[in-house]
Write a protein that binds this ligand. Structure first.
Ligand SMILES: C[S@@+](CC[C@H](N)C(=O)[O-])C[C@H]1O[C@@H](n2cnc3c(N)ncnc32)[C@H](O)[C@@H]1O
Length: 199
């Protein structure tokens, strides 16, 4: 069966564990998502969110929202997904969406700002993001203190920002974990000079 149909079936069965177990190294996995964290990686995210008292995530450039749906399934934390490309994501050739997409114009609008400013317990996630200017803009409006970047480190794939050493001094590295031995990392930053009540 085609990977999109197979993953959609597993999604309908709420079987996220089988999705990551079976498809994390499938040659066509990028049709739906750039990186498939393991169960252990989702636990790492859950623990970081608990330690940093975040009860919500906003994911920018979420694509199909498959990662975001799996994060919610695995951690219980709700994730809102923001995408920019309305024409592509609503055309008949687009891959399926696994969460409702919040579609934003290039210039951040009022609705998107309110997502970024709903409360301070929101973490901001970028997975395989590739638009530095937009990244800086989102950070300008974001009022929380937890930034998660997921992306490749020294594996010949370019993202902007990269997961390590690519954010301003406003952000301090909190914790990081490699996704299996994939060369992809989940990197959690906290805002400098903002009190984060670590347990
Ligand atoms: C390489 S894809 C990654 C998609 C998904 N996060 C994943 O890991 O599979 C980068 C995504 O960022 C989106 N993007 C680019 N600029 C954006 C912006 N200003 N606001 C929201 N999304 C944006 C693109 O449309 C694209 O879907």
């Amino acid at each position: 069966m085609d990977i999109v149909a197979a993953i959609t079936d597993l999604y309908k069965d709420s079987n996220w564990k089988e999705i990551v177990h079976r498809y994390h190294d499938h040659p066509e996995r990028n049709k739906l998502l750039w990186v498939y964290p393991s169960e252990n990686d989702f636990s790492f995210v859950k623990k970081c969110l608990q330690e940093l008292q975040c009860d919500r995530i906003v994911s920018i450039g979420c694509g199909t929202g498959l990662l975001e749906w799996m994060i919610t399934e695995a951690t219980g934390v709700p994730v809102s997904g923001v995408e920019v490309d309305k024409v592509w994501w609503h055309c008949k050739y687009a891959p399926p969406s696994f969460i409702p997409l919040h579609v934003t114009p290039e210039e951040i609008d009022k609705d998107t700002i309110s997502l970024l400013q709903k409360n301070k317990k929101t973490a901001l996630l970028f997975c395989y993001f590739n638009n530095r200017e937009a990244f800086n803009d989102y950070l300008k409006y974001y009022i929380g203190s937890v930034l998660i970047i997921i992306g490749p480190h020294q594996k010949g794939i370019h993202t902007d920002p990269q997961p390590f050493n690519d954010v301003s001094d406003d952000w301090a590295l909190y914790k990081s974990q490699e996704i299996r031995s994939s060369g992809d990392f989940i990197v959690v930053y906290t805002k400098v000079n903002v009190e984060t009540h670590s347990i």
